[in-house]
Design a protein around this ligand. Sequence first.
Ligand code: ZN
Length: 380
Amino acid sequence: MSGKERLPVRGAQGDLLRLVANGHAESRAELARLSGLAASSVSLRVEELIDTGLLVEEGSGTSRGGRRPRRLQVSSTAGVLAVADLGAHHARLGLLDLSGTPLVVEERPCDIALGPEATLDWMAASFDELLLAHGPSGAPLRGVGTGIPGPVDPASGRVVSPSRMPGWNNFPVAEYLDARYGLPVLVENDANLLAVGEARAWPGCDNLMVLKAGSGIGCGVIVNGRLHRGRGAAGDISHVRVRTDSSVMCSCGHPDCLEAYASGAALMSALAEQGIAVRRPADLVALVDDGVPEATALIRNAGRLIGEVLTVLVNFLNPDAIVVGGSLSTAEPLISSIRAAVYERCLPLATRDLEIAVTRSGPDAALLGAGSLLLDTVLS
Ligand SMILES: [Zn+2]
């Protein structure tokens, strides 16, 4: 069973370890070039990192002529990160090594409406089970991170005015986890985690808008290769007002928010009013795949409304790509309606090279994003 301890690194050591963990460097020479430190300083710190068991140096690296450099790797026993992506009814939970590679990932049913303490205690108990069954022997837990399906204040790690999360408003998630673990903690909006994880699958695209279309609707923004948080609310498109013939009150108390028409929760209740009951957004996609016209019409309308909101944002930010993830993203009419709205209304220069596509990085993208951000916290 793994112990829990803080990582014994100082600033520059953390920077070097991060370069190796992220795959940017695998030799002392590359570390010196990328860090700007003198070769002798790099060697001293690398020796310290090897002595503390965090790095190993073995085999031969890629030859660049002359003597082959010895290859640096993060030790498999350097530690593990426990990460989760909490959804309304399901959570994905995983253990990653310090290079961000998943050791185990599981999806489990959960009910976020039980409130923060019950949900976070359940998450911690699930982490304990995963560590017991899959934690590498001798590798301590180094940090804990979770995605939240609502707005998160990055400074305090508190949830702020979420929809469909009773009892969570202003709850200090980071403080609660810190009290339990005494380790570096990451608490982040789920769409932001998805954006960070997805960005790894888009090399050469430094500006991305990553939409999460599930029970709720969110968006993470990558600018110049980095997550753009603003003061925490950046990318939150759920309460942008949309143009419709009817009028629906949103949970925020304003009429006609995007969320009130295009989120999975809104689509499911609209479908229920037509006498078709489904329990999860994925069930809605199955109805679309089966050609149920009520479901297809609702999804198509959702795509049009999302596309109209994105039109403004595409003109403003001019991203390289819009990537659609979340449980509704596999509904083909959703993507085609988003494309139609954006290509019709955006400036030609904004859409000339714009790609609008379904997520490339698979169901673990948010966990990989959590691992990447959490490693930054652990090593900073
Ligand atoms: Zn609203």
